[in-house]
Design a binder for this molecule. Structure first.
Ligand code: PLP
Length: 418
């Protein structure tokens, strides 16, 4: 890419951080299917182990295919570095654990992806870590939950599946006023719609399984470090060795050195390859995803058998104004929830769909539906399902990029037959 021009996102998502000349002129990164890399001299291997060179050692540590994806995601999110992981959950677990020790606390939005909620509420608790759950739109509650043991704030750009959109700039300012970093799961928005670092976030995590890879054929995650947080305060004195080693990238070094390597959360290079391939079409896919989702939301909102629709793009939605501002008018995401009469009606409706796939995933170019209450949340206690707003009448729809008329036709016919 020419250095005298600032390319638009649509161009950068394709060309950023990839140089054919580094790979014999190849136009996609090769899949480096090698567990280890041979070194000419003991001096060179020693220099690589001590971080003085950027060479590769062993697949659990780094891999050339993975590095292309890492550099692309860091550039697209406006961060200074990234680590890609085996799944979104691996990214979230390592991103949080790099900040946490036994006895620590963190403040988190309560509208979270199901496994993130379980990780925070059940797994972390076992290790003496306390998550303080708050409504991510309630700044006073969040501020009230911060104390001297708090290590970070955590939210999703668009809550999955609550569809609430917190104000990232206000949260970042509040976090920073208390000397804390803000960690944002940007899976549902993607850097096409929102770049949380531009709104003050310090760490961005992703499930690349969803829109970034885009075809439901690879799992993966990423931790992206803005490289701007000041880790030198007393609260983060345990970061001193990492600051000494990597300066502004102390946090990412800790994610990688302490968690990623020792937990073995590396991404398989095939999955990085598929994700890089998917990124080539992210901008055009997102444009269609967002346009289709708005139209589907309007259609469902006007249908007599649909009791309610939860989509930030609808004027009456409590996050409409914030989403409009934060997402620069580009759209409101491509996930939505809506209500039919009851669980039985939802089950019959799913059976009547002919085009839309019924499965547990989102962000695929195909339109997908699920009844979360009876599937992902089936073993949750009733009061937890209520707390997370997972009701028996709720369906979650991930709007794909098929022809809008065909998506609406499938929904309309199924509603009529139900
Ligand atoms: C799917 C998802 C995750 C988890 O990602 P996996 O790749 O399935 O591990 C995390 N956060 C959000 C918002 C998700 O939708």
């Amino acid at each position: 890419m020419a250095e005298d021009r600032s390319y638009k996102f649509e161009t950068r998502v394709i060309h950023e951080a990839f140089r054919p000349e580094d790979f014999h002129g190849a136009t996609q990164p090769p899949i480096f299917q090698s567990a280890s890399h041979a070194h000419e001299s003991a001096e060179n291997l020693s220099a690589t182990f001590s971080g003085k060179t950027q060479d590769h050692i062993y697949m659990r540590l780094t891999n050339p295919t993975n590095r292309v994806l890492e550099e692309k995601l860091a550039a697209l999110e406006g961060g200074k570095g990234a680590v890609v992981t085996a799944s979104g959950m691996a990214a979230i677990a390592t991103a949080c654990l790099a900040l946490l020790r036994a006895g620590d606390e963190f403040v988190t939005g309560n509208s979270l992806f199901m496994s993130t909620y379980l990780l925070f509420a059940n797994v972390f608790k076992k290790y003496g870590i306390t998550p303080r759950f708050c409504d991510p739109l309630d700044l006073a509650a969040i501020e009230g939950a911060i104390n001297e043991k708090t290590r970070f704030l955590y939210v999703e750009t668009i809550g999955n599946p609550k569809m609430d959109v917190p104000d990232l700039r206000q949260l970042a300012d509040m976090a920073h006023a208390h000397g804390l970093p803000l960690v944002v799961d940007n899976t549902l928005a993607t850097p096409y719609l929102c770049r949380p670092i531009e709104h003050g976030a310090d760490v961005v995590v992703h499930s690349t399984t969803k829109y970034l890879s885009g075809h439901g054929c690879a799992t993966g995650g990423a931790v992206i470090d803005a490289g701007t947080f000041d880790w030198s305060s007393e609260r983060f004195e345990d970061f001193a060795p990492f600051v000494e080693r990597k300066g502004p990238l102390a946090y990412l070094d800790r994610v990688w050195r302490e968690l990623h390597i020792n937990f073995g959360t590396n991404q398989a290079p095939l999955h990085s390859y598929l994700t890089v391939l998917g990124l080539d079409t992210l901008a055009v896919r997102m444009e269609r995803h967002l346009e289709n989702a708005s139209k589907v939301a309007e259609f469902l909102n006007g249908h007599p058998k649909v009791r309610w629709v939860n989509y930030p793009g609808l004027d009456h939605h409590p996050s409409n104004e914030c989403a409009r501002r934060q997402f620069g008018g580009k759209g409101f995401g491509a996930l939505l929830t809506f209500g039919l009469k009851d669980q039985d009606t939802c089950f019959r409706f799913i059976k009547n769909l002919k085009l839309i796939y019924h499965l547990a995933n989102l962000g695929d170019c195909k339109t997908l539906i699920i009844h979360p209450y009876s599937s992902q949340y089936v073993s949750f206690p009733e009061e937890t399902r209520q707390y997370l707003s997972i009701t028996p009448d709720l369906l979650r729809l991930s709007v794909g990029i098929e022809a809008i008329d065909d998506i609406v036709y499938d929904l309309e016919r199924a509603l009529e037959a139900t």
